[in-house]
Write a protein that binds this ligand. Structure first.
Ligand SMILES: [Zn+2]
Length: 365
């Protein structure tokens, strides 16, 4: 099992909320549950929001990388970095988890090509060009949606970033990117891209999801789309159900917003953790709805372009049955029940991501 997107480093490790070595009650991720979930390759992202920028974003990215290094080096019997696909396959065969580092948010390179090179040098395997905040060289989907930076796409420097990433063998992640940035990137890149944690707009209209033309473009590019487990990207009715729940528990929610320095997502997450699980379950979409997104991509462009990017520890709730990293076998069960064969599932769970990664290795020699 390969998961292209997990936020445990910024959310759990940097905040000191959890020790990854032991089974935790907080968060979705730790080493025992990764093992239980049959995860063979886990991409850990370094992430900070747009409140970081020139002067501190790159430094913080490095602090997160240090934290990931410490976690990996402390448990070599359970998890190790893979530098190549062959490494990852070897580690998996030994029953270990292959760890990959990635950077979510182009603002962490602070408009400096040498910072991009340094992050690639210390092991970052992909860069998500933007998070919800645009960079000076690439517009985000959130800003396009708000109309605050309407369809600007990539600047000349942005195109140089793409060329540099191709040369470094660093993969490009187009989740969070605006449509213009998305298409500009596909025009420039000579290698297949990733959309590590986004779903289908046709099934759940949300600016973070891909429209059918974008999915077809990923098919043409040879890239892979990682299905995101977050309830709000799977089912557009989720947001209304959530808002009703927040109104019901308004005073406690307001208190949690204050305690989390106005980070709404963390406050929602805390509240959902406190509520009876049966009540939270009523707002979460069924697993079958997530598999509908996989079916949709398969119908449009084929199974070669589907992967998994759970977004665990990056969102406040996920589809039913997928509670944490131990739950991947349930997804497999759902796919088998939907009529997918073992070899299809192997494509979705491992081979498709490995194909894109390999394309970067060969050309970067
Ligand atoms: Zn994200």
């Amino acid at each position: 099992m390969t998961d292209m997107h997990n936020d445990a480093i910024p959310t759990l490790v940097m905040s000191g909320k959890a020790n990854m070595a032991t089974r935790n009650r907080v968060g979705n991720t730790d080493l025992p549950r990764l093992k239980e979930g049959g995860v063979g390759l886990q991409v850990f992202v370094l992430f900070c929001d747009g409140s970081y920028g020139p002067g501190n974003a790159f430094q913080y990215a490095n602090q997160m990388a240090d934290a990931l290094d410490r976690m990996v080096r402390k448990h070599p019997d359970k998890i190790q970095y893979a530098t190549t696909v062959a490494d990852a396959v070897h580690l998996k065969a030994e029953g270990k988890i292959a760890a990959l580092m990635a950077v979510e948010g182009g603002h962490m390179i602070e408009n400096r090509m040498d910072y991009l090179e340094q992050l690639a040098g210390r092991g970052a395997k992909y860069l998500t060009l933007t998070w919800n905040n645009s960079t000076e060289w690439a517009t985000s989907a959130a800003d396009e949606m708000r109309g605050s930076r309407n369809f600007c796409g990539l600047t000349a420097f942005g195109r140089q970033v793409i060329n540099k990433m191709n040369a470094l063998g660093m993969m490009i992640d187009l989740s969070h990117a605006g449509e213009q940035t998305f298409y500009d990137t596909l025009r420039v890149t000579e290698k297949p891209v990733l959309v590590t944690h986004s779903n289908c707009y046709t099934l759940a209209p949300h600016y973070r999801n891909l429209k059918d033309d974008q999915i077809r473009a990923i098919g043409d590019n040879g890239g892979v789309i990682g299905i995101n487990f977050y309830s709000g990207f799977v089912d557009s009715g989720y947001q209304d159900r959530l808002e009703k729940l927040l109104v019901k528990y308004q005073s406690r929610f307001d208190q949690l917003v204050k305690e989390s320095s106005s980070n709404r997502m963390y406050a929602v997450r805390e509240l959902l953790n406190e509520l009876p699980p049966e009540e939270v379950l009523t707002i979460r979409p069924p697993l079958a709805r997530l598999i509908d997104h996989i079916d949709h991509i398969v119908a449009l462009v084929g199974i070669e372009h589907v992967g998994i990017g759970s977004d665990f520890d990056g969102a406040e709730s996920y589809v039913r049955e997928l509670d944490d990293v131990a739950a991947f076998p349930r997804l497999k069960g759902g796919l088998l029940a939907r009529g997918y064969h073992e070899r299809d599932i192997e494509n979705i769970f491992n081979a498709n991501f490995e194909r894109v990664w390999k394309a970067h290795e060969l050309n970067s020699m």
